[in-house]
Design a protein around this ligand. Structure first.
Ligand code: TTP
Length: 209
């Protein structure tokens, strides 16, 4: 994360969370920020070049979401906002597993993940259009899943929980019972590493608590 001297932050009067994710909304609300939070999301193309690394993917998609959402703001709002975008992916053996397209896809993803270790990457981008400053960073968490009975995988998928989640599971929900252990930030797996976010916000003199 780069540091900038002489950077002014007095113009920042609100944080815009560029996300449609209810998890990210709840996590930001839990922080008790010193600024009001506006939730706004845009349709962002999530295609990435095949040669991009996982960290590049999540950081650049977080940035893309933040910049696309900035375009939806009035000139006045844009000038007073810090816009935060985030992206989460699951990586197994170097291969990115996104959100499942359907039931069969979710079952296939969980069948591959069970009994194995994988990585969850979340990137965060903070964009201050008026101050002309952008920060991007990411965290990686290792997740080890239990060996899972195929019938349990089917029941879990039929609960509907996996369908809007990278890797087809949600560690914060019923998916908790699929996980043996993690190494790293738990909130990174849920989609917003709060410790990293608070460090990034501090660079914009936005305090937490
Ligand atoms: C692995 C895992 C992912 N997820 C979620 C976090 C993200 O919401 C989602 C990954 O998709 P994203 O594309 O990162 O986010 P999103 O489409 O839900 O929301 P937006 O782009 O509008 O911010 O997977 C969990 O909720 N729990 C988990 O354990």
């Amino acid at each position: 994360m780069e540091q900038t001297c002489n950077y002014q932050t007095e113009h920042l009067r609100q944080l815009v969370l560029a996300s449609s994710s209810p998890r990210r909304r709840e996590l930001v609300a839990s922080l008790g920020l010193s600024l009001p939070v506006l939730i706004l999301s845009s349709d962002t193309d999530e295609w990435t070049p095949p040669e991009w690394t996982p960290s590049q993917i999540v950081e650049q998609l977080g940035l893309r979401k933040a910049k696309a959402t900035a375009q939806l703001l009035s000139a006045e709002d844009k000038a007073g906002s810090l816009i935060v975008g985030a992206d989460t992916i699951v990586v197994l053996d170097g291969e990115v597993l996104g959100k499942p397209h359907d039931r069969a896809d979710a079952i296939a993803a969980l069948t591959r993940l069970q009994g194995r270790r994988h990585q969850v990457f979340t990137g965060i981008a903070c964009v201050d259009p008026h101050g002309g400053r952008e920060l991007v960073a990411h965290r990686m968490t290792e997740v080890v899943m239990k060996r899972l009975d195929p019938a349990l995988i089917e029941r879990y998928v039929d609960s509907g929980e996996p369908m809007d989640k990278a890797g087809s599971y949600g560690i914060q929900g019923r998916g908790a019972i699929l996980v043996d252990r993690i190494e790293g930030c738990y909130f990174n797996v849920v989609g917003l590493p709060l410790s990293l976010l608070s460090d990034m916000l501090a660079q914009f003199r936005i305090t937490v608590i």
